[in-house]
Design a protein around this ligand. Structure first.
Ligand code: DHB
Length: 508
């Protein structure tokens, strides 16, 4: 299913804002047209105003990334629309924790990776999901373009911020895009939008963030950390506008987050699955990490979602919880939508699964076997040899790749003499982790609405990561809409129309 984007500049002025000014110029747009094919296959002619490459901080480190684009629909299928009080979709295009830029976009959905190939051995998964204009709704870029286009055709304002990311290096040889740059930039973008209330179209109190993978992680972080004081000095440094950075709602697809606990969660989930080479990972390391997960999970004291029938979620019942709350319902939805003959074909091929005519049931082990190869080695995130993208994300100005867990540092194979994480790491972890703002601090200015999606075949991180985020938010009383897409992999977004409808519902 595709979204056709045919943008033609019709009229308009040069866009952008003068350096240093954080005042949005309502007149500095170009008028564009595009055709949006909705999820039913119906085409919609949309005329919109496009503001391009507005630098959103007064002291940019690199305006190529610290800029945003704004798209505002003015006519949909021949009818004038007024988006002056519409919800604002804040769609990031962060992938792999790498830099993302909208500066060269010629219309909505045109973000690209910038900065060239980041150093620090980006993972294959990260580069594979780099946003691109390939129109593939199963890639990070494609999935998010779909959200933006559908939002525009629904009459919403779409703001697309760029952000610094790992690997960026200045002429002095210093890295300037590693943690916490990405979240500081996105917060600065929110502050820019909110400080321009009344000038920028849309309701600045109804900002809904969206992102996929690393972009889903920072989307959920943006929602969890609204107005947290721990970002203040970083925001000041880049000249962020003086306004609230709290957002109304979060859309997060396959969020690669809670990074300092992700190695344990990964082994708990995929620890016995072989790599695609058929090789098993080091089971001693895997077991160490699994027991770390058990400890962490016990400390969280999360309860299963309402109606799940699960009390406290632990390493011992989490498989059953994922199975009953998410995996079986996901397969059930998938199978129910198939024709009888397609369902029969599927069931014949997938004998681990039982279909009683209404419901799919299977075992956790059957599910693990069905998913098959794990994508990552062990540890998945804090690699002993510093080769993971996340090692690069937690690099410093002068050190490309660093450990960010005690276990990773202790088992370092690169010659790290201290065998400990550096002293600034704990603070960086807090700055990057939505769970910090939901568990250690309970941030009263967090988003209260959470849309979370993940493919059941996605082994980029543990299924627990999304489920914990969802459970914590709901345990706190927030509204959570969390589903897994059956048999879908990393970056999937198979119900974008439902997301757009959800935005209308929660912001209405
Ligand atoms: C992404 C994927 C990963 O596997 C990861 O560790 C970090 C980010 C991504 O696609 O954005």
């Amino acid at each position: 299913g595709g979204i056709a984007l045919n943008a033609n500049a019709a009229t308009g002025n040069a866009s952008g804002s003068s350096a240093g000014s954080l005042v949005f110029d309502p007149d500095a747009y170009t008028e564009l047209t595009t055709t949006v094919t909705d999820t039913e296959g119906t085409e919609h002619a949309v005329t919109y105003h496009f503001w391009k490459a507005i630098t959103y901080v007064s002291k940019p480190v690199d305006a190529t990334y610290q800029s945003l684009n704004v798209s505002v629909p003015v006519e949909i299928d021949g009818t004038a629309v007024d988006a002056s009080n519409a919800p604002i979709l804040l769609a990031n295009s962060v992938g792999g924790y790498m830099p993302s830029s909208v500066a060269d976009a010629t219309g909505i959905g045109g973000a690209s990776m910038g900065g060239g190939a980041p150093s620090g051995a980006p993972t294959a998964s990260a580069s594979a999901s780099a946003p691109g204009a390939n129109g593939n709704t199963n890639a990070t870029g494609g999935a998010m373009n779909t959200n933006q286009l559908l939002a525009l055709a629904a009459g919403y304002v779409v703001v697309e911020p760029g952000a610094r990311g790992r690997g960026l290096k200045n002429s002095a040889g210093e890295y300037y895009g590693s943690a916490p740059a990405v979240i500081v930039d996105l917060k600065a973008a929110v502050r820019y939008v909110r400080s321009n209330k009344g000038r920028i179209p849309g309701n600045v109190d109804r900002i809904v963030s969206a992102g996929t993978s690393a972009g889903g992680a920072v989307s959920s972080l943006l929602g969890a950390s609204g107005d947290s004081p721990i970002y203040e000095k970083h925001l000041k440094e880049i000249g962020a506008a003086n306004a609230s950075d709290a957002i109304f709602a979060v859309g997060a697809w396959c969020p690669i987050t809670d990074l300092e606990h992700a190695d344990g969660a990964y082994e708990w989930n995929w620890g016995t699955n072989a790599l695609s080479t058929g090789k098993q990972v080091d089971q001693t390391v895997s077991k160490d990490l699994r027991s770390q997960f058990a400890e962490y999970q016990a400390k969280l004291r999360l309860r299963g979602l309402r109606g799940s029938g699960f009390g406290t979620l632990t390493a011992r019942n989490y498989d059953e919880y994922l199975l009953k709350q998410y995996m079986e319902p996901s397969a059930t939805t998938y199978l129910a939508a198939l024709s009888d003959s397609d369902r029969e074909t599927y069931l014949a091929k997938n004998t681990f699964l039982t279909w009683d005519g209404e419901k799919a049931t299977f075992t956790w082990d059957g599910f693990l076997t069905h998913v098959g190869a794990r994508k990552k080695t062990v540890p998945a995130f804090d690699a002993f040899d510093l080769s993971a993208g996340e090692n690069n994300e937690f690099g410093s100005a002068t050190t490309a790749n660093r450990h960010f867990t005690a276990y990773g540092a202790k088992n370092d194979t690169t010659g790290l003499s201290t065998k400990r994480v550096e002293s600034d790491i704990p603070e960086l972890l807090n700055l990057m982790n939505p769970m910090y703002h939901l568990v250690e601090k309970v941030n009263g200015n967090r988003s209260r609405h959470w849309w979370i999606r993940l493919g059941t075949n996605d082994t980029d991180t543990s299924h627990v990561i999304s489920a914990n985020l969802a459970a914590r938010a709901e345990n706190l009383g927030d509204e959570v809409n969390h589903l897994y897409y059956w048999d879908e992999g990393h970056g999937a977004n198979t119900d974008p129309g439902d997301f757009i409808t959800w935005i209308a519902k929660v912001t209405g």
